[in-house]
Design a protein around this ligand. Structure first.
Ligand code: ZN
Length: 104
């Protein structure tokens, strides 16, 4: 069981509650989403390694390492997708999304 006061929850992760999450790997992230270089929870580094498992929300705003995904899956009620239709091109529009969020 993860404590509600776990240090990893001090990061800006509230927007991930109930998110749809795609599984991926370090190699894919390095190739497609260079702006993602660490786990949003524990700051673990993304390695260019297809055997390192990672998880990304639909809008690819961040990435989550395998152990944090396991630890917080229940608390955040994530909905796991199959990972086959990750829209990596979305990364170009993320900045726009973030700005919209801040304006509302
Ligand atoms: Zn992590």
């Amino acid at each position: 069981m993860i404590d509600k006061n776990d240090w990893r929850l001090l990061n800006d992760v509230d927007n991930l509650r109930g998110a749809y999450i795609n599984p991926t790997d370090g190699e894919e992230i390095c190739q497609n989403a260079k702006h993602l270089d660490h786990c949003v929870f524990c700051y673990d580094t993304v390695n260019n390694d297809r055997h390192q498992f990672w998880y990304v929300p639909e809008n690819i705003s961040c990435c989550i390492c395998e152990s944090c995904f396991k630890d917080f899956n229940e608390m955040f009620k994530w909905r796991l997708l199959d990972g086959y239709d990750i829209e990596w091109t979305l990364k170009d529009t993320i900045d726009t999304f973030i700005q919209k969020d801040q304006n509302t």
